[in-house]
Design a protein. Structure first.
Length: 108
């Protein structure tokens, strides 16, 4: 398997929220080979590294719309509001995560 993830390979995961093209934290976790809770921990432990143009938490209304558009099983175990990562946020989370896969992956 290649260590390079091409943006076009992720096109089915990219959604638009607040006028931004983003990936939801659960999808980011799959890409980087970690659990979603590790993504949330990384954000919680490094809040200064995730300004609004890198990542934002979905509102209740945005989450409700998201649930209607996608399989509810995807969000069945969600305990906290999902986070949405912009392209800048994807690069930042990769630098923070300690998984081997995230350290080797490069987005192109």
């Amino acid at each position: 398997m290649s260590d390079i993830v091409k943006i076009e390979d992720l096109k089915d995961l990219i959604i638009e929220i607040r006028g931004e093209k983003v990936l939801i934290d659960a999808d980011v976790a799959v890409i980087y080979g970690v659990e979603t809770k590790r993504i949330n921990e990384a954000v919680k432990n490094n809040p200064d590294k995730f300004p609004q143009d890198y990542m934002f938490e979905l509102s209740d209304a945005e989450f409700a719309v998201l649930r209607t558009k996608f399989s509810t099983t995807k969000f069945s175990k969600t305990r906290v509001m999902p986070k949405a990562f912009t392209e800048k946020g994807l690069y930042r989370i990769a630098t923070i995560l300690k998984s081997g896969r995230s350290q080797r992956l490069h987005l192109r």
